[in-house]
Design a protein. Structure first.
Ligand SMILES: [Zn+2]
Length: 163
């Protein structure tokens, strides 16, 4: 998409987020843009029906996740977004993914870059992020573009916990 479309898309998707996450994701996007990337929020809030479809199709492992959070009156209050590299969507380089993980961490969020990996591979990623070695060779977990609020478990979020 053009930069104008991408920015419009990102602004729209941010409206579906919990206000605290919204500020953090806006900062992460600005951070990545400052390094020359073109981050695109692919998805923010998800309806229960869409979550079920993704579960049935094997794209998620949970029936209720951070994307499904709602306010007390049932409005979208997503605690997660998926951020793609608009220049190579769904084929993100490990450099983009490591920089996304680094910026997410700096803003109190976590990504799925190491989800499902062996401890050794998780340690390699942790070292690369800590040392800002974004050219490191890494194994990539199953949901590297997923960014969610840190410090709250899925179960806590489902029970109403918010940042
Ligand atoms: Zn996600």
């Amino acid at each position: 998409m053009t930069d104008e479309q991408r920015k419009h898309n990102n602004a729209q998707k941010l409206t579906e987020c919990n206000p605290i996450l919204r500020r953090k994701v806006a900062a992460i996007i600005a951070d990545l843009e400052g390094h020359g990337w073109r981050p695109r929020i692919q998805e923010a809030w998800r309806s229960p029906a869409r979550q079920k479809q993704l579960l049935d199709d094997g794209f998620t492992k949970v029936r209720w996740g951070m994307h499904n959070a709602v306010t007390e009156d049932g409005k979208p209050d997503s605690l997660a977004v998926d951020i793609l590299d608009d220049d190579q969507p769904n084929k993100e380089s490990s450099k983009f993914l490591l920089m996304l993980a680094s910026s997410a961490k700096a803003h109190g969020c976590v990504t799925g870059i190491d989800w499902g990996l062996a401890q050794e591979d998780r340690d390699t990623i942790r070292s690369a992020v800590a040392g800002r070695d974004f050219d490191a060779t890494i194994e990539v977990g199953w949901d590297p573009c997923h960014v969610q609020i840190g410090g709250i478990s899925v179960q806590e979020a489902r029970n109403g916990a918010r940042p």
